[in-house]
Design a protein around this ligand. Sequence first.
Ligand SMILES: Cc1cc2nc3c(=O)[nH]c(=O)nc-3n(C[C@H](O)[C@H](O)[C@H](O)COP(=O)(O)OP(=O)(O)OC[C@H]3O[C@@H](n4cnc5c(N)ncnc54)[C@H](O)[C@@H]3O)c2cc1C
Length: 345
Amino acid sequence: MIAVPSSSAPRPSWPFSTRDVCERTPEAGPVEVVVVGAGVAGLVAARGLTDAGHTVIVLDKGRRVGGRLSTRVFANGGRADAGAQFFTVRSDEFARAVASWQETDLVHEWCRGFSSNDGHPRYAVRGGMSQLATALAGGLDVTCSVRVEQIRVGGDRVIVTWPEAHGHGAGRVDADAVIVTVPVPQASVLLGSDVVVPPISYLPTLSLMVALDRDVDISPSGGLQLVEDPVLSFVGDNHAKGTSASSVITFHSTSDFAASRLDDPISSISDSLLRATRPYLSGASVVETQLQRWRYATPVEVFPERMFATEGGRILLAGDAFGGPKVEGAFLSGMAAADQINRGR
Ligand SMILES: Cc1cc2nc3c(=O)[nH]c(=O)nc-3n(C[C@H](O)[C@H](O)[C@H](O)COP(=O)(O)OP(=O)(O)OC[C@H]3O[C@@H](n4cnc5c(N)ncnc54)[C@H](O)[C@@H]3O)c2cc1C
């Protein structure tokens, strides 16, 4: 028996649309690797391990997979990317993956620069960035709405535990190895003081998404990178990008603004950001707004290797703090973590 239910809570319903690990039966076989976090890094790691024949489960505290690949849906059906707006490609490994996603029309080239054509493609995902995560999660054993609380080494196993929440019981699962892809300060809390993790800090971002009654002209491509605005750093038109059927604009704050307002009430942050967006709305009426706080948006330091193995190699850390602070970096880090375990097979 690998996963031990520690509560007799009733069978959870949605958002447990995927398998409920609390109910894993002995017949399901022992878990070899637990991946904590279903963002790009976690999903790519799980994919690489599953393809190599390992038994892997992925746990995420969110209601859906994707992490910082997040797409919000509005009452009028509009869609907006809340976190990453696009991605670029530098490495051969990522280029191969992106080419395969383009072949199936999951990914398309949005533009080659915002104020001018710099020749470097910016890629977007049909239906929003979260769709890439959904595609990566296909066929994997992923459970959402499980907020892992503790990761501890016990003998030759690593034990992962989570408390009761969202209608599911507390639980634990043990495995040969655990890949932790949550932002490093959060990983540090899960691992406790026995495990020393690299000291990596993050900058926050606030994301205000604004549904409008009509299209506005942001730029030829629909994106604007702002360098001198004290409040806003990026403007992205989800309609122009091809993500939304109607007009929804994503505004990202500067990290300074986010740091000063991160814990304020939503209405207060939204009001301040909305005032800053006015010059970009060309008088269009706001139909709905949604706000997303990203406490760990961008790692300030990037670890010099693509993943970090703790002493004994049973716990690996991966994510954009290891591969580089972008979608591509998270992808490469997830691959590196899977390779590390696959090599030891
Ligand atoms: C506002 C913003 C704009 C960005 N813009 C771009 C861009 O334009 N281009 C680009 O390339 N990159 C961009 N990025 C960066 C990019 O989104 C990230 O580099 C990448 O998505 C990180 O993936 P990850 O898997 O490392 O981490 P994450 O996506 O953060 O995944 C970590 C996962 O861990 C889960 N988790 C956390 N704690 C727990 C717990 N206790 N138990 C279970 N699960 C847990 C989270 O729910 C999350 O799903 C942007 C990021 C933000 C926030």
